[in-house]
Design a protein around this ligand. Sequence first.
Ligand SMILES: Nc1ncnc2c1ncn2[C@@H]1O[C@H](COP(=O)(O)OP(=O)(O)OP(=O)(O)O)[C@@H](O)[C@H]1O
Ligand SMILES: [Mg+2]
Length: 446
Amino acid sequence: MVMRMRSKGFERIGSHSHITGLGLKGKEAMPVGDGLVGQTEARKAAGIVVDMVKKGKFAGRAILLAGPPGTGKTAIAVGIAKELGRDVPFVSISGSEIYSSEMKKTEFLMQALRKAIGVRIHEMRKIYEGEVTKLDVQSVPHPYNPYQQIPKSATLALKTKDEEKEFRVDETFAQYLLQQNVEVGDVVQIDADSGRIVKLGKTEEAIKKEGIDLHTKEAVELPEGSIAKEKEFVYVLTLHELDVATSRRGSFFTIFFGGKEDITQETRQEVEEMVRKWVDDGKAEIIPGVLFIDEVHMLDIEAFAFLNRALESELAPIIILASNRGMARIRGTEIESPHGVPLDFIDRSLIITTRPYTKEEIRKILEIRMAEEKIKMEDDALEYLTEIGEKTSLRYAVQLMAPAHNIAGGNKKKKIGIEDIKEAEMLFADVKRSMKYLKEHEKIML
Ligand SMILES: Nc1ncnc2c1ncn2[C@@H]1O[C@H](COP(=O)(O)OP(=O)(O)OP(=O)(O)O)[C@@H](O)[C@H]1O
Ligand SMILES: [Mg+2]
């Protein structure tokens, strides 16, 4: 059996999986493109930001995506990440996460910032190179969570114009293949010593076979010669990965599977000096990426002070904040500020607003999600779901699709009917309704 990376058990279909870019044509946003619908001004603005980032003209600045719930703020951030390309790191956190981890708030933020800065390294290495022609991942249930499958080993076949070979790889490497989302048709380079994999892209043939639009994906040539070769190997590590590797003094390969260790300030300085030297010697380039922070009103004044300082340092990523609040108290203070963000931080941010969708836009987005989730629906059901999206939120309407599909499937139907949507709506509440319910029953609940 060929285990595709996006198959169940490895990665759930995220609610933004339909987004492949910002849907731009030149500088303008197409009405529909790359899975995105409407919100053209915000997308155009986001495109300008991407352009500036790529040209290295945005470091140390921040963006604030502001708009009501379910208006596509996270969707646009995902679009930005896709537009930036695979080498540009994109780290996504939610404001509340800084409190839930075992780490100090500032340490958590520091690591997030350093994960968002890439270092592209050029080195002569012994590598294996070729197109993946076969990928079988053998998996077993997770020892502590039988509902989750984890890879045990894998068989991988590579081919060049002149050679084809099959490899059997162990658990660690199989996991790595999954993390990198390697698929049949990808042209990959694997570093013989570390096992590091770099995906170069898909061959033209593979793209055609999958029916992916050739305009959106760039094809790469099938490599020539033998699979094993000595070659300049170009790969990207983040500052955080270098921090971890340096504090362990282990091989880079352990970076991806290890537990947590304290990284000292000295280690970070050492890494920065090392990277600067590589850059001076022409062996590396720095790629500032993006740190996306959702629910930004959850950050407190200390976190903002820390981020403010971080933005001033020489090695800083672009920070994108998202907020669905208006005036809000800055956590840790009694001060009210727009979006709960201190004014000095707002001062250095460009603000992009998102607006509520029209009914037609909601319908179109739901259609795209249907295609993504391989769900079919009667016309009146889609109309009803669209109305739900209008009345409550787009996010709720998107989320109802899966249970409605399940209900319809239970009734042995191929298409979701209006009654299936109604049943799903009754069984699963949207946020407003659940809050209202809790209010009404507060006395009994407490
Ligand atoms: N313009 C769009 N085109 C296509 N899909 C979209 C668009 N806007 C939003 N979506 C999809 O609709 C759902 C809700 O949008 P999203 O989560 O991005 O909203 P949000 O503004 O981040 O909301 P919140 O304030 O609640 O975090 C997601 O599944 C998202 O991918
Ligand atoms: Mg969001």
